[in-house]
Design a protein around this ligand. Structure first.
Ligand SMILES: [Zn+2]
Length: 434
């Protein structure tokens, strides 16, 4: 049940619905497609500047900084050689009372724009249709970022005294590596709970799976495809695509074992899985393929993480199974070469954490029935939880087509999300003892 003050805050956020849509639309207009390699920055700095101005106007103390290489070198999730030049991070502090600190965190980078021609309207020009804002980043997650900002503006305009500090943190490089929020952690961020408004359809996400990429190079030996070949021991050709089949069988064995293991059934998350997603092999239709490369997307559960929160045990299990193709004599003598990259850890916040309760209550009051759920892919809450010890959840507006053509966000849930965030911000200190 809402108090009189809380009702006033919800109404104030609802009165800003037009402004919220305008801000989401403005943010969509900045090209902040995530980097795939060491491409130059896009419009990250301009976007952060727009947010910084608004947050300062609402009374926050705002820092916008480009993390220096020395600050982040060697940290998990920060690839060697990565720099933040032209890609600043933002941290705003709304000062409150002595109560616990709440962190609102969102990423400003987005998936790419292709296939551009397939969009009903240009991905960088926001368009309102059927109660939704369409454009790249609409739900993932410029909508959530705009909701954080408008929630705090509404509270500030009412002059509501916050029980504890509220931090607003907008970062780059979530979609690519998770480096942006890692840089916030390196800055020494401290908070008692965090909300990341990813598009959860107003459910409260409290867990996600870890992800690792595996590249497997399966060796063969070239030769004329139509001529009889001596044994490989006598220099004969070896079909790398045939050998890759044995590697795929090994992955099947891992997946079958994982699916059958009741200890790997998670109430909120899909089970672990190693799925081949890319295969390249051979040189010419009339030659034995001399090599075959398989890329594998590996997703795993919090309970499979090692002591550091990462994937070493999962890696070992998969490697062992792939090397067990060694009853094939060629592969025993020429084992597949495995390269692991792009690891991000899984996480889980306990259901009794203060921020989970606060998020559930706020969504119920601002929107309606909700539930605790999990995110099968990875998001920044894992970084906040694992590396900064901040219990973290997501609540965000639904839409659709994240990372796909015609991405959009529902305006009614955008407003409900902003109202929910405002309610958590005004209650968090009262509902938890510091
Ligand atoms: Zn996202």
């Amino acid at each position: 049940v809402l108090t009189k003050d809380e009702r006033a805050v919800v109404r104030a956020v609802e009165a800003r619905a037009g402004d919220l849509v305008a801000l989401v639309s403005q943010l969509i207009g900045f090209d902040t497609v995530t980097r795939v390699s060491d491409e130059p920055p896009r419009q990250e700095a301009t976007l952060q500047d727009v947010l910084a101005r608004r947050l300062r106007r609402a009374g926050a103390e705002v820092e916008v900084w480009e993390p220096r290489a020395e600050e982040v070198r060697g940290l998990s999730l920060i690839p060697a050689g990565l720099t933040f030049e032209g890609r600043p991070q933002l941290l705003a502090r709304f000062a409150g009372g002595e109560g616990p600190t709440l962190l609102l965190n969102g990423h400003i980078d987005t998936a790419g724009l292709e296939p551009l021609d397939a969009w009903a309207s240009h991905p960088l020009v926001a368009e309102m249709r059927d109660g939704c804002v369409f454009g790249r980043g609409a739900c993932d997650m410029k909508g959530g970022v705009a909701a954080m900002v408008v929630a705090m503006e509404a509270l500030a305009a009412l002059g509501y005294a916050l029980p504890g500090d509220v931090l607003v943190n907008t970062v780059t490089d979530e979609e690519s590596t998770g480096a942006g929020t890692m840089a916030t952690v390196a800055r020494g961020i401290v908070a008692d709970g965090a909300i990341v408004p990813e598009p959860s359809s107003m459910a409260v996400w409290t867990a996600c799976r870890g992800v690792t990429a595996l590249t497997i190079e399966v060796p063969g030996r070239s030769g004329h495809a139509q001529l009889a070949q001596p044994s490989w021991r006598d220099g004969g050709a070896v079909n790398a695509i045939d050998k890759a089949r044995l590697v795929l069988n090994a992955l099947d064995r891992v997946n079958t074992r994982w699916t059958a293991n009741p200890a790997l059934a998670h109430p909120l998350l899909a089970g672990p899985r190693a799925m081949p997603t890319l295969i390249q092999g051979g040189e010419w239709v009339f030659s034995y393929p001399s090599a075959c490369r398989i890329d594998v997307d590996v997703n795993y559960l919090p309970c499979q993480a090692d002591a550091d929160g990462f994937d070493s045990a999962v890696r070992e299990e998969i490697e062992r199974e792939i090397l067990a193709t060694g009853d094939d004599e060629w592969l025993a003598a020429n084992p597949p070469v495995m390269t692991w990259w792009g690891a991000v850890p899984p996480y889980e916040t306990p259901a009794n954490a203060a921020v989970v309760e606060a998020a559930l209550d706020a969504v119920r009051d601002a929107h309606g029935e909700t539930r605790v759920a999990g995110m099968d892919s990875w998001f920044d809450a894992a970084t906040l939880s694992l590396f900064a010890g901040i219990p973290a959840v997501a609540i965000g507006p639904s839409g659709g087509s994240a990372h796909a053509v015609d991405e959009h966000v529902r305006v009614d849930e955008l407003v409900a999300c902003a109202a929910g965030l405002a309610l958590v911000a005004m209650r968090f200190g009262h509902s938890v003892s510091p």
